[in-house]
Design a protein around this ligand. Structure first.
Ligand code: KIV
Ligand code: ZN
Length: 514
């Protein structure tokens, strides 16, 4: 008998806590649909009390997802739980995830609460959450540094109060596999009513051990893993969904459980998340990195050609690498475009949105012979991001660059509906372009990251650029895509400026005051 391993995806919540990875409501719905298609069991859509935007995003995900359970995060506070319950009202299947810190350091220095009061608040929170749904998850935050006796006490109490999933977070990524697996084993053995709940784990990757710790927990009885696409998440990130799922699938001989995941959807979902957040996937990242299935050395190629199992433990097509087929070209019509976009999970709300996207597609098809799924995804991501550029828009960029000469850029922007021109020289074409934009905006920001990624292969591929800007502690990522990487860079810079000047202050669940 094989157990089921529940896959709980928190890309839209913990993933969004990565600096600059914040997503719009519409982007969250797009990602949620892709997760649903992948047959993720539970989608944590956000932290509804954090802001109006977060509340609406959780609500929108709850309204549009039918096959996965939709979950909202809430501190162990009445208002948080009521807000989560309200946001999830229309979900087909809803879960409230409530948490409170249990480690001595967090209770003393962050909460300033005695352990007895923490237990009381946790029990009250679970009971309140049960008024909205019978699917309630409780997390003792910083469990990885909490005392075993206290964990047993609080977890026994919340099970009695109605918690159906107990999630054990290694919040600061401090644990190592043997120890973390041992913790799960001890909890299951020692808590008298442990058979009434499912044990889950939520590991952070500060020591690069999030996946190893989660898998060790699975070996010791955990039957839910919380993870994110591409390992996105607070600081060094969370355990990566694709690595957990493929480890369990590939090593059936070791793991006594299986997931529901349709693994062929992994690569396209990974691409969607990296395109929307601007967090590029490193080429050597397991499963979803561009090199994950590339056999460079002659010996390996020879072996793979004779029999792929000599060097391959998984098939590239099993995780969706071959799915990125050439779909459309210059002569494809509006209907073909609309149909393919729908298959990729994008539905246009209005005719004018479809027309605008289709005209971008035609422009691209004029310049680029073969249009792949990834091109289409990027096209929609960028179009939707540009549509939210309220403060400033890019009208044109012209760059003169010649060997031995200093590059010079002329930029025209629309700023609050007024056309403005800027000019600057720079170390290179991109530097000159950014300086020309700054000569107009004078944003006084710091450029924290600039990255270029080719969306597909070939020299006519679109370049996908991410620009990360920081101002007074606020960090935003801007994205741009174009066949010309200088234009893509200008678009990304302008998009970042728009995000920076659009205030969307939201509370951080783990730092906000209780
Ligand atoms: O890392 C953590 O402890 C969390 C909790 C809210 C589960 O994200
Ligand atoms: Zn976390």
């Amino acid at each position: 008998m094989t157990d089921k391993l529940i896959i709980f995806d928190t890309t839209l919540r913990d993933g969004e806590q990565s600096p600059g990875a914040s997503m719009t409501k519409e982007e969250k719905v797009r990602i949620a649909k892709s997760l649903e298609k992948m047959r993720v069991d539970v989608i944590e859509a956000g932290f509804p009390i954090a802001s109006v935007g977060d509340f609406e995003a959780v609500q929108a995900v709850a309204n549009s997802i039918k096959d996965s359970t939709v979950c909202g995060l809430a501190r162990a506070l009445d208002n948080d739980i009521d807000r989560a319950g309200e946001a999830l009202k229309n979900a087909n299947s809803a879960r409230i995830h409530t948490f409170i810190a249990t480690s001595p350091i967090h209770m003393q220095l962050k909460l300033r609460m005695e352990p007895d009061a923490v237990v009381e608040q946790a029990v009250r929170a679970v009971k309140r959450a049960r008024q909205y749904t019978d699917n309630v998850e409780f997390s003792p935050e910083d469990a990885g540094r909490s005392e075993l006796d206290f964990l047993c006490r609080i977890l026994e109490a919340v099970i009695d109060a109605g918690a159906t999933t107990l999630n054990i977070p290694d919040t600061v990524g401090y644990n190592v596999p043997e120890q973390f697996g041992g913790l799960i084993h001890n909890l299951i053995q020692r808590i008298p009513n442990s058979d009434k709940a499912i044990f889950s784990v939520h590991c952070h990757n500060d020591l690069g051990l999030a996946v190893a710790n989660s898998l060790s927990a699975v070996m010791n009885g955990a039957r839910q893993v919380e993870c994110t696409i591409n390992g996105l998440g607070e600081r060094a990130g969370n355990a990566s969904l694709e690595e957990i799922v493929m480890a369990v699938k590939t090593r059936k001989d070791i793991f006594p459980c299986e997931t529901n995941i349709d693994t062929t959807q992994i690569v396209s979902t990974s691409r969607l998340v990296s395109g929307i957040t601007g967090f590029a996937v490193q080429p050597n990242k397991a499963i979803v990195g561009a090199n994950a299935f590339a056999h460079e050395s002659g010996i390996h190629q020879d072996g793979v050609l004779k029999n792929r199992e000599t060097y391959e433990i998984m098939k590239a097509e099993d995780v969706g690498w071959t799915a990125n087929r050439m779909v459309l070209g210059k002569h494809s019509g509006r209907n073909a475009f609309k149909t393919r976009m729908k298959e990729l999970g994008t539905v246009f709300d209005t005719d004018s949105e479809l027309n605008e996207a289709f005209s971008r597609f035609k422009d691209l098809a004029d310049k680029k012979h073969e249009i792949f799924d990834d091109d289409l995804q990027a096209l929609v991501t960028v179009a939707r991001q540009e549509a939210t550029n309220e403060f400033t828009k890019l009208i044109s960029v012209k760059v003169c660059a010649e060997t031995g000469e200093t590059p010079n850029a002329n930029v025209t922007l629309l700023v609050n509906n007024e056309e403005k021109h800027g000019n600057s020289s720079g170390a290179g074409s991109v530097d000159a372009t950014f300086k020309a934009i700054e000569s107009i905006i004078n944003s006084q920001t710091t450029l924290q990251l600039y990255s270029v990624n080719a969306i597909t292969s070939g020299t006519d591929a679109q370049g996908e650029v991410t620009v990360r800007l920081e101002k007074a502690g606020r960090i935003v990522n801007g994205q741009g895509a174009d066949i010309d990487i200088v234009v893509a860079s200008a678009k990304a810079y302008v998009n970042a400026l728009n995000k920076l000047f659009h205030s969307d202050d939201k509370a951080h669940p783990q730092l906000a005051d209780v």
